[in-house]
Design a protein around this ligand. Sequence first.
Ligand code: PLP
Length: 386
Amino acid sequence: MNQNFAFETRAIHAGEQPDMRDGAAGDVAAPIHLSTTFARHEVDQPTGGYEYTRSLNPTRFALESKLAAIENTKYGLAFSSGLAAETAIIMGLLKSGDHVVASDDLYGGTKRLFNRVMSEFGITASYADVTDNSAFERAVTPATRMIWVETVSNPLLKIADIRELAEVAKRHHLILVVDNTFLSPYFMHPADLGADIVMHSATKYIGGHSDVLGGVVMTNDDALYEKIQYYQNAAGAVMAPFDSYIVMRGIKTLALRMERHEQNALKVAEFLEKHEKVSRVVYPGLPSFAQRTLHQSQASGNGGIISFEIRGTVEDAKRFLSRLQIIALAESLGGVESLVELPSLMTHSSVAPEERAKIGITDTLVRLSVGIENADDLIDDLAQAL
Ligand SMILES: *Cc1c(COP(=O)(O)O)cnc(C)c1O
């Protein structure tokens, strides 16, 4: 698909041009191909290009084409979950003895993958403060092969300087992997800033409706693509055809949803910042946001995630959360519905208390994923619960 078209146009049409050949139905929405195998005329040649669904499936291929189009990259790959996508990047590109430098307040599941799973295969990781580029350079050892960061971190919304980290990666011949889940391809294109690989948990904004699990990988690099694609087929954690369809459907409204997530989040963040029961609000769209200049230099929007601290004890925070009526108390983020959680007791409970304190995850820090409901209803809900 022509990359000169704007994001919204690519998000809707890429990968889904109707098949207008004789005998084809001309589906406007790509059909769900459930068949696990594909018949051929000749022994040595798959007739339609497809052989077996794990290797390539027409619905997944439509999605993978769309993913490349929306992230401004040459290639896209779809996996059964965000963590399956991460596993494919790590196992497809690294080997025993290799070392990764990652940001310190990484998504808990990614940290667990490095510390508990990959460590058993001889792949080690160490962690650096994402707001300090020199800390990444200092952490590089002769065994380092990869840098792994999130564009906006979780839950403290720290910003990685992608251009600078791409320079560090280039100097030391490392692969820069950027988890762009929190901003979605609508607000940021890390590959344009120098990232070698972009990944997302499609379970979040890309899917957008809290009803499908998925992970996606995008890259411009032929060699990296071939290795990850080889691993995708060899290890097999591919996205299913039905899930591929659901994710494609989500992508078609990504632009509209992200705009509304952002508008609502700004209103909610401004409300929280003025509230006497709230001691601190972290949102990239607020003038008080510490890394605002850097953020604005590399992203076109601020997303829908807010972190804030409740004044008082963890009991006060728990009481606040249990009083919310519209906003559901649940892990995950990025769906049309607003979700709230307490990282210290939920998503980040597996992080040691001393480490939580070091990163800045206090006991009363709340993470709010602002949905696309009416902003005033959300503010009323927060006000009554506070
Ligand atoms: C959820 C999430 C993941 C993991 O994705 P799953 O789809 O849950 O496997 C990775 N990175 C970030 C930033 C996430 O929010």
